[in-house]
Design a protein around this ligand. Structure first.
Ligand code: NDP
Length: 284
């Protein structure tokens, strides 16, 4: 993957197959289906976002699709991400789940399709289905989510296409630098979920000090940190002001020392499940 400069919202990271993935996207987990998520998509596109991250399990694909369809932005300019849920894993089930998601979204292709979690005993078959969807050009890129190094290595043993993206929990309390380095070595674009610690970054006084120093807010510091590390991110908000503010991160640059400072806040602390002992039947 190659990194262009982090200068404006239209910037992107380039995946191994040449597809451009806008480095800042809108997350929609817990945005309600219907008007709430449709509005969020509209506001994000108006603010210049060109990347929307949803999943079948968020149960808001219809509203997301409506937002895309009724926006003023052309479909081809929007990078749409979706994920196959755990109970749909396996070769045939994944193909079916993909078709269902396309219908819900009212789209005829997805930009990036991800294996949501590494369901033991199934993720290899699921991956074969993603490879097939890629060959059929129903998806422009394929990747995984929540895969630790050993799960990536195991998958890569039999895969004919190496995942192009790994979407992981990432924030100052969970850096997993070894995994980031491993992904970089294999040209697997790293992407952060819960970059704002599901709202908990706002409780950290050391981040407030950093925000004061740059005359920015805590969310902006943390999101800029993601992009400067070469990590794509998808902060979630369903509020117009916050969606706009979360994208106001292109008029400053964190010093190397401050990036290191944020790295050093790492506590290996997860707010989400651990991919090694996740309850597969758990429904979000
Ligand atoms: P985030 O870290 O993005 O935090 C979202 C929370 O922060 C919401 O409560 C939001 O509230 C609040 N918030 C956002 N911006 C601001 C702001 N500027 N000021 C104050 N509060 C703010 O958490 P998510 O867990 O949602 O992660 C982001 C996205 O990652 C998800 O939406 C989803 O798309 C993806 N994801 C993927 C997972 C995976 O397994 N692959 C797992 C979890 C998430 P409000 O909406 O009220 O503004």
């Amino acid at each position: 993957m190659t990194t262009n400069q982090i200068t404006d919202i239209s910037g992107f990271f380039t995946l191994r197959n040449g597809v451009k993935m806008p480095y800042l996207g809108l997350g929609v987990y817990l945005s309600k289906d219907g008007q709430e998520v449709t509005n969020a998509v509209h506001w994000a596109l108006e603010a210049g976002y060109r990347h929307i991250d949803t999943a079948a399990i968020y149960r808001n694909e219809k509203g997301v699709g409506e937002g895309i369809k009724t926006s003023n932005v052309s479909r081809k300019d929007i990078f749409v991400v979706n994920k196959v849920w755990n109970s749909d894993q396996g070769y045939e089930k994944t193909l079916k789940a993909f078709d269902k998601s396309l219908k819900q979204l009212q789209l005829d292709y997805i930009d990036l399709y991800l294996v949501h979690w590494p369901v033991t005993g199934q993720y290899k078959d699921t991956w074969r289905a993603l490879e097939e969807l890629y060959r059929q050009k129903k998806v422009r890129a394929i990747g995984v989510s929540n895969f630790l190094k050993h799960q990536l290595e195991d998958l890569m043993e039999s895969a004919t296409i190496i995942p192009m993206v790994n979407q992981m929990e990432f924030h100052p309390y969970l850096v997993q630098q070894e995994l980031i380095d491993f992904c970089q070595q294999h040209q697997i674009q790293y992407e952060a979920w819960s970059p704002l610690m599901q709202g908990k970054v706002f409780d950290l006084p050391e981040l407030q000090l950093l925000a004061n120093k740059y005359n920015k807010c805590i969310a902006q510091i943390v999101l800029r940190y993601n992009l400067q590390k070469g990590i794509a991110c998808i902060p979630k908000s369903s509020k117009r002001k916050r969606i706009i503010s979360n994208a106001d991160i292109f008029d400053f640059e964190l010093s190397e020392a401050d990036t290191t400072y944020l790295d050093d806040m790492d506590r290996n602390h997860r707010f989400g499940p651990n991919p090694d002992n996740f309850e597969w039947s758990y429904v979000l």
